[in-house]
Design a protein around this ligand. Sequence first.
Ligand code: FA5
Length: 340
Amino acid sequence: MDIGQYEKEIKNASSLEKLNDLEIKFLGRNGLINDFLKKIKDIPNEEKKEYGQKVNQLKKDVLRLIESRRKELSGKKSDKFFDETLPGKQYPKGSLHIVSFAVEEITKIFEKIGFIRVSYPEVDWEYGAFESLNMPSGHPARDDVETSFIDAPANLKLGKMVLTPHTSNGQNREMKRVKTPPIRMINISKCYRPNWDATHTPMFHQFEGMCIDKNISIIHLKGTLDYFAEKYFGKGTKTRLRPHHFQFTEPSFEVDVTCTVCRGTAKVNGNKCKVCKSGWLELGGTGMVHPNVLKEGGIDPNKYSGWAFGFGIERVIMMKYGLDDIRNYYSGDIRFLEQF
Ligand code: FA5
């Protein structure tokens, strides 16, 4: 049981592979040191204890020598040729989802002109989604936005719980949060409506702008829409307002932007533009905040006025990149998503 014999062999091991072989030879199940242990049964009882201690000590010493030689050999440069100039492995890079990216882009555009990004609940009371917006219970305008109700007890004052069909539920909450104008809000959130086709998904996102202060007029609204259209869709994009009806704005409009494909000319290579047919694409709804909505938010309509708009994020992305089916955004098809 002389350690010297082991030490010599271990120190002479010229590679990690050779050292591994030695480890098996000395310490393996059928190795030399285990052979000593197996022989313990032949040792007289009074010597067994001392014999066992010696074998254990030998085992520890051999292990220590092997580990220290292993460290020396690992630090040595491998003899195998390694080309350091070869390019490394390329791991796929993740990126933001097309909708998350647009949310960030839109937030930045509005923050530059002093709008504050907020996010209000996606599950709200009927009060927030309708009553506070001048749409009392039973009003036919409520049918314009089909609503999904939550199976939960109703609140006596606030009504049933709904999955918000639009971000306009944030208007009343923001007025009550800020209390005294000026208010410049950009509310971005998920919305829910039971639709499913190339331009409608049951879950989608809206961004709702609202500006309230003294002497705010449609001029400010138009200026803000033009600013957004140029920043988001590109220089030269124009907007127009078409009369419309919303219960919570008066007057109300639909906003169009010049088509991103034909740049408002309605023609591509001499033919009618297939995307817009008219030179214009519909962006969403807008208008001057109705006096009843201001009152419900605790704001005096004789002192303050304001405007609001609500646009679909999936739709503006569609318009910007000329996409034809928003269901692709949520199909989970990486080949579609990694294009953006
Ligand atoms: C509204 O939701 C109003 N709350 C907008 C508004 C706000 C008007 C403030 C006035 C003042 P509308 O139902 O038209 O309006 O929806 C606005 C936009 O949401 C649509 O133009 C469309 O871009 C988007 N949108 C609506 N439903 C869906 C859907 N199922 N999937 C994807 N986008 C949708």
